[in-house]
Design a protein around this ligand. Sequence first.
Ligand code: ATP
Length: 321
Amino acid sequence: MIGLEVRDLVVRYGDNIAVNGVSLTAAPGEIVALLGPSGSGKSSLLRAVAGLEPVAAGDVLFAGESVIDVPVHRRGFGLMFQDGQLFAHRDVGGNVGYGLPRKERAERVADMLELVGLQDMAHRSVTSLSGGQAQRVALARALAPDPRLMLLDEPLSSLDRAMRERLASEIRAILKRSNSTSIYVTHDQDEAFTVADRIAILIDGELARQGTPEEVWRDPQTVAVAQFLGYGPFVSSEGGLRAIAPGALTVSSQPAPGIEVEVEVLDVRVRRGYSDLIVRLEGQEARARVTDAKLDPAVLVGTRQLATLRLSMCPIVRSAA
Ligand SMILES: Nc1ncnc2c1ncn2[C@@H]1O[C@H](COP(=O)(O)OP(=O)(O)OP(=O)(O)O)[C@@H](O)[C@H]1O
């Protein structure tokens, strides 16, 4: 069975090429996150798949058939956006049931509300909902017609971080339970890693890396991808550049696994439950975590220290794509 296939897709706005020859697939039941910095073309790609943006070149197929000439509402795709765009004059049930055949409406609405954990809320006014509840209603509404593909564009970005984290794993569970083939756009790395089976990273309109969250993290392949994922700085090494992972460089009076490197301590950042030293490593600024509770990080400022670099956490990458 084939789900979504995007082939050499190009989306342009005048002379601006927003999506530059991207190919990707989503197998039936698979959740693919489109991740990338602001302006990298994620929304343009999603909107082109939906049919909301014209395609300059390439093709979009579902179940082996091109949908390029199929109007938006005939593609059988469900859409969910940042602002759920609920109908304010309808209650929760009225939103979820909108457009469903009358015969099956009540049962379907009940099923969907149960799926998103809002079973007692059918008669609530949507204007009385919290941001997180409103997005759950929007998800239930998008899933209600049983779309063959779900397209989600930054569905959580208007919520605060705590809510976003909770709802991201909930959305994953809901999409998995409903066996939805899904494309999920986000600029938030944590959200992508929580939600997705596979991650496709877009940089400057091009597909820079794709794989499972583990594969992409373990082997980002290029500096651009590694940097976007939070690696850095990069130090020269045999075979390319070594990307320093967050937490890979540590300072302690106890022995730790890894190689010893000399660093100059420039400053301290106190975090919740630990401290990071801002250090100079081979002429570049880096962070070294203090893993020794007996060590007072403040007295280290201005000194040279031996830090431990855990190489197994730090992949080799190349500088250009
Ligand atoms: N309607 C439009 N008209 C002209 N240019 C556009 C339009 N929409 C997007 N662009 C441009 O296309 C490029 C890609 O934008 P897009 O919104 O797809 O990126 P994105 O990765 O989704 O970014 P963000 O995370 O900020 O939403 C950007 O350079 C943007 O300025």
